[in-house]
Design a protein. Structure first.
Length: 258
């Protein structure tokens, strides 16, 4: 039985990476993971927004990718050292800061793919998404953070759990099991996992192979590839039978894959 996060949306799924910031929006100063970026993805017609979670100095979970503000605002402070009000001021002319609770409430038809970026945010993320578990997928490079967020969601609402995709440790075990041609180990590694979200290649290593896709599908697990902005690459990956494309250009992906 599939999680509701997947239900009613045809594959290939288009996941708007940090919302949608077109070149025109970027020139006007709109930042990724801003309220405006999420709104643009929603307006473009995407069902899924991929975003990232950090916790402010006063304990509020916000959608933000980096540990600090340097790249987006020029401020070198860490997100965890800045209170919400200051972050709102810094992001006011960059599309607007958006908190996790605002995102879930303001876009009730959007399904969120949330990457827990900081250990101190895991419990808060899980608690916040618990009432919306049917339209949330939780992930993290750290399986420990991912599991902590899932545990917090379960503790807050003992109903539907959020969907989840594998962290780096789990992905490594799956890749090893596929290489060893052990379907038993693949099944063990994928227990409790709804999706594998991987790059096609990274640092000279190839992650995505037909064997990996086939192994995941045998066990009811989807495969999503990040971050893909070239239309020809999107089409090639879909021909390989991947289930989702994570992209900075959700508008281009929707036009290409429709």
């Amino acid at each position: 039985m599939t999680h509701p996060w997947f239900d009613g949306v045809a594959t290939p799924r288009v996941l708007a990476h940090r919302g949608l910031v077109t070149p025109e929006a970027q020139r006007s100063g709109i930042a990724e993971n801003s309220f405006a970026a999420v709104a643009a993805a929603h307006s473009a017609g995407v069902h899924y927004v991929e975003s990232d979670c950090h916790r402010t100095a006063d304990g509020v979970v916000v959608l933000f990718h980096d540990d600090d503000l340097t790249r987006v605002t020029g401020d070198p402070r860490r997100i965890s050292d800045v209170p919400l009000r200051e972050l709102e001021d810094l992001m006011a002319e960059r599309g607007g800061l958006i908190t996790l609770t605002q995102a879930l409430a303001s876009f009730p038809t959007v399904r969120f793919n949330l990457d827990v970026k900081a250990t101190d945010a895991a419990s808060a993320v899980g608690t916040a998404v618990a009432p919306f578990a049917d339209r949330v997928l939780l992930t993290s490079f750290s399986d420990e953070r991912r599991r902590a967020a899932l545990a917090a969601a379960h503790a807050a609402a003992r109903g539907q759990r959020p969907a989840t995709s594998a962290g780096r440790g789990t992905i490594a075990r799956v890749l090893a099991a596929v290489a060893a041609r052990s379907d038993r180990l693949v099944a063990k590694s994928l227990a409790g996992i709804d999706a594998l979200q991987v790059p096609e290649r990274q640092r000279g290593l190839r992650f995505l192979t037909p064997r990996l896709i086939a192994a995941a599908h045998r066990h009811g697990v989807e495969v999503h590839v990040w971050t893909v902005n070239d239309p020809d690459q999107m089409l090639r990956l879909v021909e390989m039978k991947v289930d989702g494309i994570v992209t900075d250009r959700a508008d281009v992906a929707l036009a290409t894959l429709s």
